[in-house]
Every structure is written in structure tokens, then in C-alpha cells.
Design a binder for this molecule. Structure first.
Ligand code: FMN
Length: 330
């Protein structure tokens, strides 16, 4: 059961005034952790699909969201892969960005100083080439103002070194998680790859290594070939498939993961509306992340939140925990 500690006064006021009661959407993504990760609602942005949240903050009140994920960061700045890096596919896209980012020092000096002024928790998505690099990054980010948690990326499909290779191997995944957990007081989310035979094995391994929560999942490994040039359409032969095309696959993985572990699971993959979010919650997710859909409409995450609230009201759901894992399978 997810603990409830977020302010509830507005709901009480609303019911006293006879208005339709606002459901309690709050979730705790790191119950029992050294530092808490409380979300006022379960709708988060997905890493790499909203830069660092700054553009969204110019469009709408970013504090309405449950959480914001940063673009993945490394110790040193990276230029990423050469172009072409993006290809549209039926109901989705392939990307091969290759972790272009400004490096952790500039993220902290130029971006975290803005996050610090927000109420919404910002979780930093981070990646190293080695276990030691993950640990050093966690140390640098520990206690940094504006940073509420770490999402450990052991699932990037677009790199020559590290990335998805860590996440495919339960032992390597555990080593990375252990190293991060012992280098930080921040809540730690392990972001898993869908590119495994049994996600439950890797999920349990990360849980045993001390992860507070799991994000399921990163992009699927896909491919697209130009039949005229007979060459892959992206700079590397394979790339990450995201968007609505992967939703049923990600949903299945969330359901399997939620049955395998006792820590919160964050659902991610192809979510475009409130009904998708409800599906992920029913499958066992405690929160969800909106990614590719934001490229088509940057207000998607806010709309998902509004539609989730409408669903709760229409179905007499007063507390989001009533939905989490409530799918009926027999
Ligand atoms: C252009 C692009 C960049 C991404 N960058 C990152 C990243 O830096 N770190 C990460 O963990 N995931 C990254 N992702 C994966 C997303 O966070 C998310 O897991 C994936 O897109 C599936 O969700 P979606 O179908 O809603 O987009 C990226 C995805 C896209 C499309």
C-alpha cells in the first residue's frame, strides 16, 4: 500500500462546500527511503522527451505535474550520435540520440538552479559507461539543490558502451544499482530495458540491490531500412522504438514487473491519454511517464492528468491507490 502524506486540505474544503470531491492522487515513490519522493499526482514526464522541463514550464504551470524527469546526464558533456537520429514509424518513432547532454556540472549550475524554484520534484536520469562512473555521478548529484531523486539508466539502446548492456544482465544491473544507492541519500529509481526474456528477474535483482522504485520501461530496440539506399534510416543500424506502437508491450511488462517486486513501479511506453494512464495503473504502476506523445502535443501530460481526474470522478475513485494493480485477470 502506498503511504499518503501529501496535503489533503483542498479536498476536504471542496467536499464541505458540496462540490465534486477531488480524488486523492498522491503517491509515495520511495516508501521507507532515506529521503522521500512524494508526488501530488502520478503523472510525470519521461526522460529525454521534454528537455529538462524548462520549455514545458513556459507553456503551463509545471507544478501541476506529479514529477519531472531530466534528460539523461553523464559526468562529461556528450555530443551524441551523428544524424540521422530520428525516424517516424507507424504509431511511433525510432531515435538514436546517443545521450547528447551538457554534462552534470552544467546541469547543476544552469538548470538545477531553476528546478530549485519549482514545487514539483525533479528526478535526474543518469548514465555512466562503468559502475564507477554511475557511483561518481550519484555522489555529485547527492544533496544538489533542485534534485529530488535519481533515475538510473541501465537501458539506453543507442550506445556502444554500457547502456542496455547493464540492464540485460541481472548481475550487472544490481552492481550499478548497489553502487548508486551506496553513493547517495536520494531515492533511486532503476529504469529497466524491455529487451529481456524475463523482466521479473532483472526487476527483483534491482530491488534486492536497494532500488526504491523501478521505471518500466525504456525504448524497445527497433530498426528501419531505406529500400532505395539499402541502408538503415538511423546513424546506427538499430535504434529505440517509442510511442503508441509500444504501449501494449510496455503494459504487459509493467504487469509482470508489479507481480515480481514489492517496490513501486512507474509505467512508461506509448501513453497518450488518461485512459492509457489508467490502464498502466490497473496493471500495477504507481505512477506513469509521458514521453513521445509530448512531441506531437506538449500539453499531453497535463491532458493525461485532467483525463485521469475525470476518470476517477466518473468511476467513484476517491483515492488513486484504489486503481493501482486493480486489474481483474480471472
Ligand atoms: C528522443 C528521445 C530521447 C530519450 N532520451 C532518454 C534519456 O535520456 N534517458 C532515458 O532513460 N530515456 C530516454 N528516452 C526514453 C523515454 O524516456 C521513454 O522511456 C520512452 O520514450 C518510452 O516512452 P514513450 O513511448 O511514452 O515515449 C528517450 C526517448 C526519446 C523518444
Amino acid at each position: 500500500m502506498i503511504a499518503k502524506t501529501v496535503e489533503q486540505a483542498p479536498q476536504q474544503q471542496a467536499s464541505q462546500l458540496g462540490r465534486v470531491q477531488m480524488p486523492d492522487l498522491s503517491v509515495d515513490l520511495a516508501p521507507g527511503a532515506k529521503r522521500e519522493l512524494l508526488l501530488r499526482n502520478p503523472v510525470m514526464t519521461a526522460s529525454g522527451t521534454s528537455s529538462n522541463g524548462l520549455e514545458f514550464a513556459r507553456l503551463f504551470d509545471i507544478n501541476r505535474l506529479g514529477g519531472v524527469l531530466s534528460k539523461g546526464v553523464t559526468l562529461k558533456p556528450r555530443r551524441g550520435n551523428p544524424t540521422p537520429r530520428i525516424v517516424e514509424t507507424p504509431a511511433g518513432m525510432l531515435n538514436s540520440i546517443g545521450f547528447q547532454n551538457v554534462g552534470v556540472r552544467r546541469l547543476l549550475s544552469d538548470v538545477a538552479t531553476v528546478w530549485e524554484t519549482w514545487d514539483v520534484p525533479v528526478v535526474v536520469n543518469m548514465l555512466g559507461d562503468t559502475v564507477d562512473e554511475f557511483a561518481r555521478l550519484a555522489e555529485v548529484l547527492d544533496g544538489a539543490p533542485g534534485v529530488a531523486g535519481l533515475e538510473v539508466n541501465i537501458s539506453c539502446p543507442n550506445l556502444d558502451v554500457g547502456g542496455v548492456a547493464f540492464g540485460r544482465d541481472p548481475v550487472a544491473a544490481a552492481r550499478v544499482v548497489e553502487a548508486v544507492v551506496s553513493s547517495t541519500t536520494l531515492p533511486v529509481i532503476a529504469k529497466l530495458t524491455p529487451d529481456v526474456t524475463d523482466i521479473g528477474v532483472v526487476a527483483r535483482s534491482c530491488e534486492d540491490a536497494g532500488a526504491d522504485a523501478l521505471c518500466v520501461a525504456n525504448s524497445f530496440v527497433g530498426m528501419s531500412i531505406d529500400v532505395n539506399t539499402r541502408r538503415p534510416r538511423t546513424n546506427r543500424p538499430v535504434a529505440g522504438l517509442t510511442g503508441p506502437a509500444i504501449k501494449p508491450l510496455a503494459l504487459r511488462l509493467v504487469w509482470e514487473t508489479a507481480q515480481a517486486v514489492d517496490i513501486p513501479v512507474i509505467g512508461c511506453g506509448g501513453i497518450v491519454d488518461g485512459r492509457d494512464a489508467v490502464e498502466f495503473l490497473l496493471a500495477g504502476a504507481s505512477a506513469i511517464q509521458v514521453g513521445t506523445a509530448s512531441f506531437r502535443d506538449p500539453f499531453t501530460a497535463i491532458r493525461v492528468l485532467e483525463e485521469l481526474i475525470q476518470y476517477c470522478r466518473a468511476n467513484g475513485v476517491t483515492d488513486i491507490s484504489e486503481l493501482i494493480g486493480a486489474v481483474q485477470v480471472d
